[in-house]
Write a protein that binds this ligand. Structure first.
Ligand SMILES: Cc1cc2nc3c(=O)[nH]c(=O)nc-3n(C[C@H](O)[C@H](O)[C@H](O)COP(=O)(O)O)c2cc1C
Length: 223
């Protein structure tokens, strides 16, 4: 698979088969993704991979936590700005509507939407989970480096026939994840990620998110 194909076929997969993933593949990909660039070669990413019995324990814990604290825990960063102006809020709205549309859950059915959202905390059935954390001292440039690592990882996963879904929703339960995987206090959780083989039959995977046209986000000067 070349990089174009990896990029074109990567999408957020929200329904996985329970087919196990070779641990050697995960180790290889987690290591190789660190070829991602970072400003000053600071390499600010910290990665925790969770699978097998530990993943089952985490899923069980999350069922309890969702029941105990359905609104989540005090967060350590804002997942979105307090106000998300257009066009960004429109893009966000559109992808949500496309997803719930594919699932046949109408906007008015808030309870069913919430219940479906809770599947995030079971990693959509994926057999491997990953968490990315970062030192609290790091600023926006280093956080952008995390994105480079994570996209590299997701493309490398495609090359192995695997799929993924980045999951910022885990930032809603930072204390639980900190305790479970032992993130030290000087680091904070950025995101989780579900990893596995996509279930083609899952309607959630029928969604192809849209992108703004080129002219809306790029200006070419002198070419
Ligand atoms: C950092 C990050 C966090 C995300 N968090 C979630 C999440 O918590 N749950 C979810 O279902 N999708 C999540 N997504 C997936 C986005 O919704 C998705 O990338 C976007 O809608 C574009 O769709 P695509 O990935 O299929 O191209 C996240 C993506 C990124 C990059």
């Amino acid at each position: 698979m070349d990089v174009n194909e990896a990029l074109a076929t990567r999408r957020s997969v929200r329904g996985f088969l329970d087919t196990p993933v070779d641990p050697a593949v995960i180790r290889r990909v987690v290591e190789a993704a660190a070829r991602a660039p970072s400003g000053g070669n600071v390499q600010p990413w910290h990665i925790d991979v969770v699978a097998g019995d530990r993943l089952e324990a985490l899923k069980t814990l999350m069922r309890t936590r969702l029941a105990e604290a359905p609104g989540g825990e005090p967060t350590e960063y804002d997942i979105y700005p307090k106000t998300l102006p257009s066009p960004y809020r429109d893009y966000r709205f559109a992808v949500g509507e496309a997803l719930y549309g594919a699932l046949g859950i109408p906007r008015a059915d808030k309870m069913q939407r919430l219940m479906w959202f809770a599947r995030n905390f079971q990693f959509f059935g994926a057999p491997v989970a990953l968490f990315c954390s970062v030192a609290r001292t790091m600023g926006p440039p280093q956080w952008s480096d995390l994105g480079m690592y994570l996209q590299s990882l997701m493309l490398l996963l495609r090359a192995e026939g695997l799929d993924s879904c980045a999951q910022e929703c885990w930032a809603i339960y930072p204390a639980t994840i900190r305790g479970f995987i032992g993130i030290p206090e000087d680091r904070m959780l950025f995101t989780g990620m579900a990893i596995g083989f996509r279930d083609e039959a899952d309607p959630a995977n029928a969604v192809r998110s849209e992108r703004a046209p080129l002219a809306d986000f790029a200006t070419f000067h002198g070419l």
